[in-house]
Ligand binder design. Structure first.
Ligand SMILES: [Fe+2]
Length: 229
């Protein structure tokens, strides 16, 4: 086994929180599968939509879901940090306690840009606005979902804002040109986090971690692999 990718930095495993795991049984299946494939740690990142729910209400729901999941995480000896995948719309500024949505014990905020079709300038402005109001460090969720990120010039605009970037591992299943592009971004040091963004046990990427590891090991140097969490 290739010894890297221990952390799944983007998951929807908390039971009955969002469009992820439906119940605790499904959460357990997902954790077992990831653990069997060498994942040692999870960021638990359910969707947070500020136009639908207050931060406090979300945190309350998350805590309830987490209490149900905790014995399973412990049983599988899976490390974890609670967090959220925060949808980037102005309604988030209604709340002063955005910091509470960061990955536990860090100031890392996993941010989901509003739309793959949006004007990248709109997303850049949003990030700047967040940084002007909150002392958080942004991880841009699944940059592979946004076609505008394929333009290196645009990607550099984001990188200039000092954001971290996360790729969903199934970018490796994309067409050749797209896959090569994101591999190059890893090589160039733009990407710090990989994740499955798994929602349901039926999601194909859950059972393909080993395959993705082999592919990355074949394409990247040991040094490049070490630059990813
Ligand atoms: Fe997600």
């Amino acid at each position: 086994m290739n010894h890297f990718i221990f952390l799944d930095s983007h998951t929807h495993i908390l039971p009955a929180m969002d469009d992820g795991a439906k119940n605790i049984e499904e959460s357990e299946q997902m954790i077992r599968s990831l653990k069997e494939q060498g994942i040692e740690e999870l960021f638990l990142t359910p969707h947070y939509y500020s136009h639908k729910e207050s931060v406090d209400k979300f945190l309350h729901r998350r805590e309830k879901s987490f209490q149900e999941l905790k014995p399973i995480l412990d049983h599988y000896d899976m490390k974890y940090s609670l967090g959220a995948e925060v949808y980037a719309i102005p309604a988030i500024f209604n709340y002063a306690n955005l910091d509470d949505l960061c990955i536990e014990g860090t100031d890392l905020l996993l941010l989901e840009m509003s739309s793959p079709k949006s004007d990248p300038q709109h997303e850049l402005n949003m990030i700047q606005e967040i940084y002007s109001r909150h002392s958080v460090e942004i991880i841009l969720a699944h940059i592979d979902r946004y076609p505008f990120m394929l333009k290196q010039k645009t990607l550099k605009e984001f990188a200039k804002l000092d954001v971290y970037m996360q790729l969903n591992l199934d970018f490796l299943d994309a067409v050749f040109f797209v896959k090569q592009k994101y591999l190059r971004y890893i090589k160039q040091g733009y990407v710090q986090f990989l994740g499955t963004d798994c929602h349901r046990i039926r999601d194909k990427q859950i059972s393909k971690i080993q395959k993705y590891r082999s592919q990355l090991a074949a394409k990247l140097t040991a040094e490049e692999l070490q630059s990813i969490y």
